[in-house]
Write a protein that binds this ligand. Sequence first.
Ligand code: ADP
Length: 252
Amino acid sequence: MTVPIKNDRAAWLHGPSAQCSQLPAAVKLPLRLVLLGAPGVGKGTQAELLHERLGPCHLSTGDVFRAASGRSACEQSPAMAAALAYMSRGELVPDATVWEMVKERAGCLRCHGGFILDGFPRTLLQAESLRTLMEKEKITLNAVVDYELPFAEVVSRISGRRTCRTCKSVFHVSQRPPQKEGVCDHCEGPLFQREDDRKEAVSVRLQTYNRSTAPLIDFYKKMGLLVSVPAMGSPDDIYERTVELLKSDLIH
Ligand code: ADP
């Protein structure tokens, strides 16, 4: 299998007026996935591996907010500035703001290369909005992957996580270290610890996950889309498990 070239996801990160560096190759049956799981469970790492090895873009709502946080205050809309304040406290951004942002990026959901949604939907209202939009666009989800991990391991993963400031790739100081300390393997950008990975914000995020996002597991189970994946082990082990558990006819 040829390794797809990493896309810069410009249209997703910066909005529909930006152009992606690399349009994903058109495939007959594009893979369209949602990844669920507590913060720190490794969704971003798995989304990246799925992108690198299978091609669909990694669409993370958290990455859109982080990309906006790198802009100057006058370049940020008032809604975005308010969203970033929620994020730094570890709270969910209001549904209306998140939905506005996703809706204007609907082109990424229609993309002929498919997609891997990470961090969206995060509430039942967001899941309903996504379902309505996809029905209207006549596109369907292939599966919703729920990553399961004990609480103590979640906390350890979050505290060791480092993110690339430039291309947003995710590393872990001990479990997935970069080849050169503090430097991204993909683009040589600087690695940093996210503000919301601080201790105070982490406990808020975990409580919020249990209250607002965990109910989505049942929502997607009832739709017959849920695939539960134990998230213990190395990123490669979890990736192999994910691909095995997804029906073989989804992978091209
Ligand atoms: P993690 O999954 O590790 O919590 P993300 O990068 O997905 O990290 O999200 C970081 C933060 O961005 C969240 O804590 C929240 O404040 C905000 N956010 C991202 N996606 C959503 C969403 N779908 N709804 C509400 N807030 C969101």
